[in-house]
Design a protein around this ligand. Structure first.
Ligand code: ADP
Ligand code: ZN
Length: 360
């Protein structure tokens, strides 16, 4: 089992990663000061619950645990769902000392964490992530839901008591979800750690097959990189922006495809776009650009933009992105493998050209 300690200004908590470590849950709860008298509300979704809810409930047989299951997917990150959960919590007597346990992917982490952050002005919560992608959202304390007018517009910063990552839960993930999640791990390497990128390149097949040792190591490294960046910049004033690497175009592709592209699938294209643009600006060599393509292909990712997407429309959506400042195109671009920088002043002409070159 691997443990990483995450420290924020006013809270520190551990992330534990390993195969078949769900049996550590009772001990961890007790160590965190959560006694067996504490009421625990497990929140999960309709895909995860049939697979793992009973496993978790069994671990909590000495505790006072209840559960609430929401539909799978982003639709559950909604104010209506929050209200239903809160009603259920009130009816079942959850009080200020109760605990919420998030059992699921990023959607459940965001939703359950958000409910915990507002229920009776905030109660404690713990996280058991069941997707690879959730390694990203489980660090940094961002919790929240969507509004009809946009994603993640309602939320807060709220930290869990601990994160327990049982990698054996990942073995039931659909293949596309595995690949998509691994892209976010790749991103963490590509922005900050050349050695880790080389390791990922060598271990692509083991990771795609969910080799438990390899996955534990990859999640640990990804979480470490993210944690270091977030600890330096908790409220997203500066350096944290590099975590958006690949996401500007990624969001455009998610939007234009009506979310037919999974998050990681879209981010992979976004990262390759950034690499190509950087190569055009002379910051990345042709070999490095080729390495990007090779690496993404090894992880079975597409690197082209659907040819029917209108380039002007893509540019317009990028300009509306909340990460853009004063109408300037601000992007995270690689300057080497494992290193990126934030650039404020990119000539839109280069962006337009590069988008066109990526269309297939
Ligand atoms: P994310 O990919 O952001 O972590 P989701 O919570 O949307 O977010 O999870 C992606 C999909 O995978 C959802 O349909 C979810 O129900 C499903 N899922 C999550 N974890 C597992 C798992 N361990 N096994 C099978 N399906 C899972
Ligand atoms: Zn992301």
């Amino acid at each position: 089992m691997k443990t990483i300690r995450i420290e924020t200004t006013n809270h520190a908590y551990p992330v534990l990663i390993g195969s078949k470590i769900i049996n550590q849950l009772p001990k961890l709860l007790i160590q965190t000061g959560i006694s067996q008298k504490t009421k625990i509300l497990i929140i999960s979704d309709e895909n995860v619950a049939p697979l793992y809810l009973q496993v978790v409930v069994d671990q909590l047989n000495k505790f006072d645990a209840i559960s609430y299951v929401v539909p799978a997917g982003d639709v559950s990150k909604a104010i209506g769902e929050v209200e239903k959960i809160i009603t259920y919590a009130i009816q079942h007597g959850l009080d200020r000392s109760s605990v919420i346990l998030a059992l699921g992917g990023g959607v459940i982490g965001d939703l359950a964490g958000f409910v915990a952050s507002i229920y009776m002005r905030g109660i404690r919560y713990v996280q058991c992530p069941t997707t690879i992608l959730a390694h990203d959202s489980s660090v940094g304390g961002k919790v929240g839901i969507n509004h009809a007018l946009g994603k993640n517009l309602i939320g807060s910063f709220y930290q869990p008591q601990f994160v327990l990552y049982d990698t054996s839960f990942l073995t039931t993930l659909p293949t596309r979800e595995v690949r998509s999640g691994l892209v976010e791990v790749l991103k963490h390497g590509l922005i900050a750690d050349r050695q880790f990128v080389d390791w990922l390149e060598k271990n692509a097949d083991s990771l795609l097959h969910l080799d438990q040792e390899a996955v534990s190591y990859a999640l640990k490294q990804g979480i470490k990189i993210k944690a270091d960046i977030v600890m330096e910049d908790e409220k997203e004033q500066g350096i944290r922006a590099i975590l958006n690497f690949g996401h500007t175009l990624g969001h455009v592709i998610e939007t234009l495809s009506n979310y037919q592209y999974l998050h990681g699938e879209a981010v992979a294209i976004g990262m390759f776009f950034a690499a190509k643009l950087a190569a055009k600006l002379g910051w990345l060599s042709k070999e490095e650009e080729a390495f990007y393509q090779h690496l993404l292909q090894k992880f079975k990712c597409k690197t082209s933009i659907p040819k029917e997407y209108d380039t002007n429309q893509m540019m317009n959506i990028m300009l509306r992105d909340k990460k853009f400042k004063n109408g300037q195109i601000r992007m995270v671009l690689p300057i080497a493998i494992g290193q990126v920088k934030i650039e404020q002043n990119i000539d839109p002409k280069f962006i337009f050209e590069t988008l066109n070159e990526l269309k297939r």
